[in-house]
Design a protein around this ligand. Structure first.
Ligand SMILES: [Zn+2]
Ligand SMILES: [Zn+2]
Ligand SMILES: [Zn+2]
Length: 152
């Protein structure tokens, strides 16, 4: 945990972003929730409780900056923007398995892009997103079923 925070602090420094009290609190909050995505509105609510004078814009701007330098990963679920503390500072580009029951995020070791570039000769691929989802081992062992998820 401590190591992850220092990795983020080093990245801020390298990008000439000051470690303000707000940014520090934001990092710690994201770090305590490192294992799953959190809605941006939840992060915003937390920050504005901690720092009553802080504007939505500042929270969103800080998150955007964190994302740009690779401290934060983001995705969208049913149009809700969500963020997560970087899983792996050594492999910032990676993909995830996400448990649909508990929300746990598991980092995948491989990017499948090479398979597809071979299938698209002459094309220029501008970007990609790739995500696996289902039930994590714990949820599966606890007897959660895919069918139960669909009903929710
Ligand atoms: Zn990740
Ligand atoms: Zn799970
Ligand atoms: Zn990839």
């Amino acid at each position: 945990m401590a190591e992850s925070l220092s990795a983020a602090v080093a990245i801020l420094k390298k990008n000439k972003l000051k470690l303000t009290k707000q940014r520090h609190a934001l990092l710690e909050f994201l770090l305590t929730n490192q294992g799953h995505y959190t809605d941006v509105v939840t992060v915003d609510a937390f920050m504005r409780t901690e720092f009553p004078g802080m504007s939505h814009n500042t929270v969103y701007r800080n998150l955007k900056e964190f994302e740009e330098v690779g401290i934060v990963e983001q995705n969208t679920e049913q149009e809700r923007a969500r963020v997560k503390y970087q899983c792996d500072f050594h492999h910032q580009h990676h993909h995830h398995f996400i448990c649909q029951n508990c929300g746990k995020v598991i980092e995948l070791q491989m990017c499948p892009m090479d398979f597809f570039t071979a299938q698209l000769p002459g094309c220029e691929i501008a970007g990609h997103s790739f995500e696996l989802y289902g039930l994590c081992a714990e949820c599966k062992a606890a007897g959660v079923t895919e069918a139960a998820l669909v009903k929710n």
